[in-house]
Design a protein around this ligand. Structure first.
Ligand code: SF4
Length: 334
């Protein structure tokens, strides 16, 4: 079947200028050649440290920011070539939920107006709008009476429910969830994640789920992609990635997660140095300046994106060695 979304070699560069209108002196390569597919009804998690390009990837796919290069095929249509009017029509099917529900909700609008806004934009008649708003508020765990309240009268978790209701108003197919629970208390996070998963089952939604917290992503994702300096470095089924990470960067991220079960505890891999500037990514493998396994070849030659097991993709010359190194061998543990 045609994937719902296919992203091919997506790039988003920001020019660096001397002064506001000055000469372009270089580019910040926020997203630098990212490719993946997303199937109907699935959740693809996208993780990495801040500045790795995951948020820009999500926004560029929806064309909230214009891509510099690459293709974004949505149900086979290339969004990068779509005229603005056609893109606006398709937008109904693609929504985004932001990290900070307070920042993304107009403080002067009531909850009802906020949820109704996309319906107004797309010309849904008033009577139907009111019915739909009440239904949506109830579906996300608020009540129809909440329609008259203002954003500041809600708790953080309730505000995120409100932005979910707004995102669902037009029956989308694809929802980009951009760090949807990062600003919330841990106790509230799982309620919102459960709600998102219930809604996915009920409405057959497809999620691109962006987060820096690997625990959160594991909980909700079918597959997970790991990004570093504007590139995907590893992509696999969620269980596969968490049990048998093959890229040294993924291994380091996973080793930082507290693991209560001593049987499954991993040796902590501490990365040296900072993430290099996306304006001047390192030669060869971009991770070589911080990689505990780096060798001469890594500095010279960019690793190919290759499958080391079915459905398990990685960009590392020494992925097999790296995989053997973390101890958990495929099939050795439940
Ligand atoms: Fe490390 Fe080399 Fe693999 Fe890059 S290619 S992740 S530097 S071992």
């Amino acid at each position: 079947a045609t994937p719902l979304l296919e992203v091919r070699d997506l790039k988003k560069y920001y020019p660096i200028r001397r002064g506001v209108f000055g000469r372009v002196e270089g580019f910040i390569r926020a997203v630098d050649g990212v490719s993946f597919t997303l199937h109907e009804g699935e959740t693809l998690g996208l993780v990495g440290e801040s500045g790795c390009g995951k948020t820009t990837t999500g926004r560029t796919i929806l064309r909230l920011q214009e891509p510099t290069a690459g293709q974004i095929l949505y149900r086979g249509q290339d969004l990068t070539r779509l005229p603005a009017a056609a893109m606006r029509r398709l937008r109904r099917e693609m929504q985004i939920i932001f990290q900070d529900p307070f920042g993304s909700l107009d403080p002067r609008m009531t909850a009802g107006q906020i949820v109704a806004e996309p319906l107004v934009v797309h010309g849904v008649p008033r009577r139907e709008r009111e019915r739909r708003v009440a239904e949506l508020l109830e579906r996300v765990g608020l009540s129809a009476r909440d329609a008259r309240r203002l954003p500041h009268e809600f708790s953080g978790g309730q505000r995120q429910r409100l932005s979910i209701a707004r995102a669902l108003a037009l029956n989308p197919r694809l929802v980009v969830c951009d760090e949807p629970v990062s600003a919330l208390d841990v106790s509230i996070q799982s309620q919102i994640l459960n709600l998102l998963m219930e809604l996915q089952r009920e409405f057959g939604l497809t999620y691109l789920f962006i987060a820096h917290d690997l625990n959160v992503v594991r909980h909700v994702s079918d597959r997970v992609g790991v990004m570093y300096l504007g590139r995907l470095v590893e992509l696999a089924g969620a269980d596969e990635l968490y049990s048998w990470p093959a890229h040294p960067y993924t291994q380091a991220l996973l080793s930082a997660i507290p693991e209560p079960d001593p049987e499954r505890r991993r040796e902590r891999i501490v990365l040296q140095g900072d993430v290099p500037s996306p304006a001047r990514p390192p030669s060869g493998c971009r991770f070589h300046t911080r990689c505990p396994l780096a060798q001469d070849r890594c500095r010279q030659e960019e690793p190919a994106w290759r499958a080391i097991r079915p459905g398990h993709w990685v960009a590392c010359h020494f992925a097999e060695e790296a995989m053997g190194r973390v101890g958990t061998v495929p099939g050795s543990k439940g």
